[in-house]
Design a protein around this ligand. Sequence first.
Ligand code: FAD
Length: 561
Amino acid sequence: MPNRTIIVGGVAGGASCAARLRRLDEQAEIVMYERGPYVSFANCGLPYHVGGVIADEAKLLIATPSFLNDRFRIQVKVRHEVLAIDRTAQTVTVRDLESGRESTDRYDHLVLSPGANAIIPAIPGIDLLGVFTIRTVPDARAVRDWIDSRQATRALVVGGGFIGLEMTENLRHRGLAVTLVEKADQVMPPLDPEMAAPVRARLEESGVVVMLGDAPTSIRSEAGALRVGTERGADVVTDLVILAIGVRPEIALPKQAGLELGPRGGIKVDAQMRTSDPHILAVGDAVEVVDLATGAPALISLAGPANRQGRLAADIITGRTDVFRGVQGTAVCGVFGLSVAMTGASEKSLTRAGAPAAGVVYLHPSQHAGYYPGAKPIHLKLLYRKDGGRVLGAQAVGEEGVERRIDVIATAMRLGATVEDLADLELCYAPQYGAAKDPVNIAGMIAANERNGDAPVLPWSAADDIGFTVLDVREPDEWTAGHHERAIHIPLHQVRDRLTEIPRDRPLAVYCAGGQRSYYAVRMLRQNGFDARNLSGGWQSARHRAGAIARGMQARNEAAG
Ligand code: FAD
């Protein structure tokens, strides 16, 4: 008898599992149940459909049920919800949502890919018309219809993570005035706060009203509009509300079936995506995975891992023995011309996991040779293990070339690279694409110089420590435009001749604009017997840090009343 596999959920993880299974087993019976009206749709494209960038809804439908049947002989049943699993009988109970009829179906293997649900805050008015989440094609259609039919001009987006920012950009693109409210003291919470500072600045430059450290407490319908009250007492009148405050794994079915859950509340799976029942596998947003950087259990809602896990589940069902090697949360988001990308650990995630403090370097190189027209900075932060130098993570923000650098670092991390390996990578270079020393190489070199003691780095918090003398080696015009309050000023080209003016009683914290000239100064000074260290990322990083601190202090002051 052919092996019969039932798949619950027909989008990222479910559809890739089904297609892979057919490629591996021509005889298998494959049935895919999907609660919604579509399978294999591009949920990642939904914000851009709302914004009109992807004008045609049909472009979001990557594969239809008939296509999946014709090409792969997969029986696809849309508008069918799997209600229950009988693990002893190896059957599922399914409801046809059109007719209401229920039936049972038998499986040899069951693959759960039910995804995640949007978190909906329990506040008065949350059920009002005009309050939306964005998970499905009908969700996006409803937002578009609402904007068109009401001729909406104002929107409130709740949540400043990936989806909130993408929705913000797309609603602005449609000409709406957008207010963004985010509970944390920063936008894009997966980033460390100083790396989020330029993202917030770009949002505000693009006309978005950004309310940090705040959250809605009530929504009222009033004179054809919605009035949203917030924790801090703000009162925002808007035409629609988009909720994007995060997701929770969809675990109704595994709970009903008594499958084991993990400490983060997702379905517990082994490295071969098997649940606590060997006949049931689970993949995608609903499962808990191992965070490669910290080794901690994690919930990661990203399309890449869901697709890889779906593929792996098919491999395991057909007797292969591969394993899932964990996730590192490699992600990118576009925000009004800025790309914001990250991979692996942040300082925040390491602290949360109780991991030892990481080595950290900042840099702001151009995406390509500075002499070639159009050079623009990439703000890059690299984290690595102090002991051994293994790369732990990176974050980058900039207009061009950002995702390429993060992808390179993500790949290197996957292969266990150290910062010395990054320094040694051979990467593409022509003036319009990069530099002979690519930003990734430079990040590795700075970290390697820190590790071997050639040019130790300091975080900017050290500049506030009176145990250090702060030395600014920039040019006079840069000094005049703004400098650290305790700094002494000696431009780099004068340092050699003015060594006698530099105090030797305390270590030196040296900075320039981005870290390069201060590196030269540090090398010069160290060879002259000074304990000189480089304030990582220079004045540019000081400004990012100041932006993040000012925001945090403002939020705390406001919270204190
Ligand atoms: P899903 O793709 O969500 O599919 C789960 C399906 O299961 C749903 O269609 C649901 O209806 C169905 N289902 C649930 N329970 C049942 C049941 N009992 N019976 C039948 N069917 C059921 N990730 C990125 O990497 N990059 C991006 O740019 C990106 N952008 C995104 C933008 C948006 C607006 C959204 C919503 C997500 C985005 N993601 C992005 C995340 C990515 O789409 C998800 O991580 C991925 O789709 C998860 O795959 P999955 O198979 O686990 O779940």
